[in-house]
Design a protein around this ligand. Structure first.
Ligand code: TRP
Length: 362
C-alpha cells in the first residue's frame, strides 16, 4: 500500500473503532446485519485466505447473519489481459467455501458476471463520483503500480464503483475486508449517500441504500509465505488449501528459518521463524510466544515438525471435504446456479427500486 495520508489514517482509525463496536453488536443482534464479501478468482485459496477471512465468514454465518459471497470474476480483468483458467478457479473457490463450512442453503454464493441487474447499477453509480475522486483512490494506484508500467484501464479506474454495486445490490451493511479495501468501502458509502441525496425517495428516513460498515479482521496477524515475505504464487512460497499433507510437509521443509537454534517469537528481527509460530499458533489456538517457549532449543527442525503437524491436522477435515466436492462438479455447478438465481432475484428487486427513485419506470 502507498504511504497513508493523514485523512486516510483518520478514516482507518474510525473504521477500526466502528469495526470493534460491530463485533459486539453481532453477538447481540445478528439479524440486523447483511454481510457481503468476496474474492477475485485469480488462483487457488491458501492458508492466508483461510485464517484471514474464510474461517471468519463461517463463524459469522453460524452466528445467524445473512451472508452473501461474490466471486468477482469481472475484477480479474482490471489489471491483466486475460481471464486465465477462470472456470476452474471459480469452482475451486466454491469447493473451498463449502469445505470450510459455508452452507449454500443459508449463504448466497454467486459470480457477479451472471447478474445483469447488479452490473446495471454501475451506470447511475458512475454519475455520482468524479473522475478526480476515482484517481485519488490509493488502492487503485497501488494496484496500477504493481502491474509494472501498464496503462490504467477504464475498468481498473472504476472498479471501486463496480464493487459498490456488488455491495449495494443486496443492500449489505457489513463488509469484512482487509485494510487495503477501506478506501473502496468509503467510496461505497459516498455512493449510497449521494444516490439518496440526488435521486432518492421522497422520504429521506427511508434511503434506498444503507451505509455499509467495514469489518476489519482484529487479529492483524498477517501470514507471510514460507520464505518470510508476502505470499505470492509466483514466488512459490504459498501453502494452498488444496495441497496434500505430504505437499504441505515438503513446502514447510523448505521454509526459510535462521541460524539461531533457540526459538523465539520476534516478528521484527525474526520474521520467518515468527511467521511459522504464528501459523502453528492459529492452528492450535495457542499464543505463538508460548509455543516458542515450548520449542525452546529444539531449533528449526522441531519448529517445522510442530507447524507441519498442526497445520495438517487443522486442515484435515477441510481437505477431505474439499476433495469430495471437487470430485462432484455437477454439485458445484448446482450450488453456483442456485446462488446466481437468488442473486438475480435480489438484484432485480433493487434495480426496480432504483428505477422508481429515478423516475425511469416505463
Ligand atoms: N476487491 C476484493 C479483493 O480483491 C474482492 C471483492 C470484489 C470484494 N467485490 C467485493 C470484497 C465486494 C468485498 C466486497 O479481494
Amino acid at each position: 500500500m502507498t504511504e497513508d495520508r493523514p485523512e486516510q489514517s483518520a478514516t482507518l482509525e474510525r473504521t477500526q473503532e466502528r469495526s470493534r463496536e460491530i463485533e459486539r453488536e453481532l453477538t447481540v443482534s445478528p439479524g440486523a446485519f447483511r454481510l457481503l464479501t468476496g474474492d477475485r478468482p485469480t488462483g487457488d485459496l491458501h492458508i492466508g485466505h483461510y485464517f484471514g477471512s474464510l474461517a471468519n465468514r463461517v463463524t459469522i454465518q453460524d452466528q445467524g447473519v445473512a451472508t452473501v459471497i461474490v466471486i468477482a470474476d469481472y475484477q480479474v480483468i482490471t489489471d491483466r489481459d486475460g481471464v486465465g483458467p477462470i472456470r476452474d478457479r471459480v469452482y475451486s473457490l466454491v469447493a473451498d467455501y463449502l469445505a470450510a463450512g459455508l452452507d449454500p442453503e443459508r449463504t448466497t454464493i454467486f459470480t457477479h458476471s451472471a447478474v445483469p441487474a447488479l452490473n446495471q447499477l454501475m451506470l447511475p453509480f458512475l454519475s455520482l463520483v468524479t473522475e478526480a475522486e476515482l484517481h485519488r483512490n490509493p488502492t487503485v494506484k497501488a494496484e496500477l503500480e504493481a502491474t509494472g508500467g501498464r496503462a490504467m484501464s477504464g475498468l481498473l479506474l472504476t472498479y471501486p464503483v463496480h464493487q459498490a454495486a456488488d455491495i449495494l445490490f443486496c443492500k449489505a451493511n457489513l463488509v469484512p475486508v482487509g485494510k487495503d479495501q477501506v478506501p473502496h468501502l468509503e467510496m461505497c458509502r459516498v455512493i449510497a449517500r449521494r444516490f439518496d441525496e440526488r435521486y432518492g425517495r421522497a422520504n429521506p428516513a427511508e434511503p434506498v441504500f444503507p451505509a455499509a460498515d467495514a469489518l476489519l479482521s482484529q487479529s492483524g496477524a498477517l501470514i507471510l509465505g514460507t520464505d518470510g515475505t508476502k505470499m505470492s504464487k509466483s514466488k512459490g512460497n504459498v501453502i494452498e488449501l488444496k495441497m496434500t499433507a505430504d505437499e504441505t510437509a515438503k513446502a514447510l521443509k523448505k521454509a526459510v528459518t535462521d541460524s539461531d537454534r533457540h526459538i523465539t517469537y520476534d516478528p521484527v528481527n525474526r520474521p520467518e521463524v515468527s511467521n511459522l509460530l504464528t501459523v502453528a499458533g492459529l492452528c492450535l489456538d495457542k499464543d505463538p510466544r508460548v509455543l516458542a517457549d515450548e520449542i525452546g532449543d529444539g531449533g528449526a527442525g522441531m519448529l517445522k515438525k510442530v507447524v507441519t503437524e498442526a497445520l495438517n491436522e487443522r486442515l484435515r477435515v477441510h481437505r477431505e471435504r474439499r476433495a469430495a466436492y471437487a470430485a462432484d462438479p455437477a454439485y458445484l455447478e448446482s450450488v453456483l446456479a442456485g446462488g446466481n438465481a437468488r442473486a438475480n432475484a435480489i438484484a432485480d428487486a433493487t434495480l426496480t427500486e432504483v428505477r422508481t427513485a429515478m423516475h425511469m419506470q416505463y
